[in-house]
Design a binder for this molecule. Sequence first.
Ligand SMILES: NC(=O)c1ccc[n+]([C@@H]2O[C@H](COP(=O)([O-])OP(=O)(O)OC[C@H]3O[C@@H](n4cnc5c(N)ncnc54)[C@H](O)[C@@H]3O)[C@@H](O)[C@H]2O)c1
Ligand SMILES: [Zn+2]
Length: 362
Amino acid sequence: MTTLPVPLGNRSYQVHVGTFDAEQACRLLTDALGAPTGVALLTDGRLLERSARAQTLVALLQQRLRNAAVLALPAGEACKTMSAVEASCQWMAEQGLDRGAAVVGIGGGATSDHAGFAAAIYLRGIPFATYSTTLLGMVDAAVGGKTGADLPAGKNLVGAFHQPRVVLADLGCFETLPRREIAAGLAEVVKAGLIATPAILDRIERHLVDGTLYEPAALDELVTMSIRMKIDVVTSDEREAGRRAILNFGHTLGHAIESAAGYELLHGEAVSLGMIAALALGEIRGHTPRQLRPRVRAALEHLGLPVDVAPWLRPDVLARMDVDKKRRSDRVKFVFVRQPGDCLLEDVRLDDLKRDVVAALV
Ligand SMILES: NC(=O)c1ccc[n+]([C@@H]2O[C@H](COP(=O)([O-])OP(=O)(O)OC[C@H]3O[C@@H](n4cnc5c(N)ncnc54)[C@H](O)[C@@H]3O)[C@@H](O)[C@H]2O)c1
Ligand SMILES: [Zn+2]
């Protein structure tokens, strides 16, 4: 087990990365939560059906924690609606949870966003902990305190900053996680390599060549390095006043493609396309060396992620960039990569981005 501290003053917490047995996971969660008066175990419904590991943990938490009750959430992104969050809060009230209670989110990024948001608004805020069960959830969603839900108008348009009391990244959960979900999470790991930690990119390439990428030791190392990077960024800029925006690399077009694709693409798959586009845009502006895009494209392709952006550059997809929540009037802070580990934030006009991306890639 590796324990990574997240130093945020009185909101500090720890992220534990490893393969945990139920006893160990239960102890780490209960130690961090103290003695809550009641606990809502908000759990991804599909995970609860499929994963003996999750079932055992939930049963143990119910034994060990006072007034602990489990609610199976709609699986995946379906739990990130206002009505699903309302249903969780209503259920918590029916369970009699008071200000001394706590929430534990058990699932991927969608579950931790939902659980953290419910905890942020229930009784104006109660503590929560995250037990993360997907690679993307671990390297991206679980750490940093952003919680929220989607609106019909767009993804993640409502939310709150609410830091967890502890995060567990249980690599044992990969036993049941489909390979496609793992690969999609690895897109965010590639992103971590590009924006901050070049060694991550080197390692992925090496593991892809020798066929060891999906071995537990390799995933453990990459997940740990990526979480370390995310902690470094979010502790230097908790509320995204500046540097935290680098995490948005590949996400401006990625989000537009993701929303246009509906259920066809996973978040990480859309980000894979968005990163290719962002590298091409960097080339046009003279920020990104031309050798980088083929290198990144080869790695993403090897991971089985989509890299062919052209078919997505339709007017309806490009128009979706206008609802990007990072947009300010007609401009966005766009992230360009100069070299792996070195990036640049630049204020650019959305119309220029749309024009250039079509010119570069169609
Ligand atoms: N808060 C943040 O900073 C932040 C950052 C990045 C992403 N996110 C959010 O995270 C979400 C994406 O997270 P995700 O990729 O983890 O998706 P997810 O939570 O939707 O999980 C993906 C799928 O895997 C299933 N699943 C989860 N764990 C499993 C396991 N161990 N075995 C088998 N199946 C399992 C789920 O039921 C779901 O169908 C998005 O909503 C995104 O907005 C948030
Ligand atoms: Zn992302």
